[in-house]
Design a protein around this ligand. Structure first.
Ligand code: ADP
Length: 404
């Protein structure tokens, strides 16, 4: 158990999805405003058969329990028990705050914010912009606000980091009146890109000042163009559907396809939403799986086609973002596929010789931090940590408030 001092406390970071809640608990305070990860876990199967599991930073299991008995409607009883579990686990460390990953900050939220009743209403008003994710984010915040009213809560947005993008990158070729209604490119995975930008600034400051493309390749995938550590363009747009094909999402498709599906196949909004978010991408093309590992291990041609399509589009977007940056100084791979899949990185980079990129295949196979061949532009693998980024923001917001 960590040592306690009068300033020490625990911070809970929550990432609430439709059927799961991921959480990490940090110790904050102490010397130099340290942020130390204590343990992480998740509640899965919410709504049917909730299961609670927690691991420490070495991956050792601290708990694995069925919570089906309290999965009786909504997340409130589950969140109550999560907080009770944390408090019992850390009897000497008061819970000081909760930080939340919130998918959409709309046009208004450019920075993390301390949650008030007014903020909560504003977050709720953004539900139409992210109907699949925002409701879960908001409902977790509301449950904690109603049950633990004194607990400061900080909302951190996946869209906020992209606010630095120029209008030309944020605007669609739509009538102005629709852009003014908010039909613009917001971008997502911002907490991941912010983490990478800060990490580069701390470890490779010369690279951080340059033109960098970051490929966040996971179940959801996007890429971001960083110039001097700020986002200037990204592949996701109004929704998390735009850009490269993903695990189950289509990525960019001709909008005419939607008209065809509506007119010729009688699909309504719900059917389209289900198709585009859950039945496309790697799963749709392969007909086998949305999991890159399964596809790479399969010898079926459909699996190969799905992986090829993914790599082709990622490479194409790296080219497009290099144009937006007017050149490229470094490439970074991150997230589940980006960090762990050497064959995918290799296949993507096989398109990029024209940009001056050649991989050191042995270093790539070993998953080293720096994987470019001598004479190539630098290519890095950096592990992302959105939870840590949220913790950092939460501490800043709390400190700013204490100083005020
Ligand atoms: P999420 O977007 O849900 O946070 P992750 O960033 O965890 O997703 O990435 C999940 C993806 O990473 C899955 O497609 C999984 O197959 C892939 N992945 C994880 N490890 C490997 C690996 N060793 N090789 C290939 N793909 C991997």
């Amino acid at each position: 158990m960590p040592s306690n001092s009068s300033r020490d406390g625990a911070l809970l970071v929550l990432n609430s999805g439709s059927s799961s809640i991921k959480f990490t608990v940090f110790r904050i305070g102490g010397e130099g405003d340290d942020i130390v990860t204590l343990f992480s876990g998740q509640l899965t199967g919410i709504g049917t058969n909730a299961e609670f599991s927690v691991k420490d930073t070495a991956g050792v299991s601290l708990a694995r329990e069925s919570w089906a008995d309290r999965d009786t409607g909504g997340v409130a009883p589950l969140l109550h028990d999560l907080i009770a579990w944390i408090r019992a686990r850390l009897p000497d460390l008061p819970l000081l705050a909760a930080g939340h990953r919130v998918v959409h900050g709309g046009a208004g939220f450019h920075h993390p914010v301390r949650v008030t009743d007014r903020v909560l209403d504003e977050l709720e008003a953004l539900v139409p912009l992210a109907p699949l994710h925002q409701p879960q984010n908001v409902s977790a915040i509301r449950v904690l606000a109603e049950s633990f009213g004194d607990l400061p809560q900080i909302a951190c947005f996946d869209t906020a980091f992209h606010h630095s993008e120029p209008a030309v990158a944020r605007t669609y070729g739509l009538p102005r009146v629709l852009s003014e209604r908010g039909l613009m490119r917001y971008g997502f995975h911002g907490l991941s890109y912010e983490f990478i930008a800060r990490h580069l600034g701390e470890t490779l400051p010369e690279v951080a000042k340059g033109r960098v493309v970051v490929a966040h390749l996971g179940n959801g995938s996007s890429l971001c163009a960083l110039k001097d550590g700020r986002s200037i363009d990204t592949t996701m747009g109004f929704s998390a559907l735009e850009g490269v094909p993903m695990g189950t999402r289509s990525g960019s498709i001709d909008a005419g396809i939607l008209l065809y599906l509506m007119r010729q196949m009688g699909m309504d909004a719900d059917a389209l939403e289900h198709l585009l978010y859950h039945e496309c991408g790697l799963l749709g093309v392969s007909g086998i799986s949305n999991d890159m590992r399964v596809l790479l291990e399969s010898d079926r041609p459909e699996a190969r086609e799905a992986v090829d399509l993914f790599c082709y589009h990622v490479a194409k977007e790296i080219g497009a973002l290099s144009s937006a940056l007017a050149g490229l100084d470094a490439l970074v791979f991150t997230a589940g596929i980006g960090e762990h899949s050497a064959p995918v990185r290799s296949r993507i980079c096989s398109y990029l010789g024209f940009l001056g990129i050649t991989l050191d295949e042995a270093a790539n196979d070993r998953g080293e931090a720096s994987i470019a061949a001598p004479g190539s532009l630098p290519v890095y693998i950096i592990g992302t940590n959105e939870e840590f980024m949220i913790a950092r923001h939460a501490v800043s917001v709390l400190n700013a408030r204490n100083a005020a």
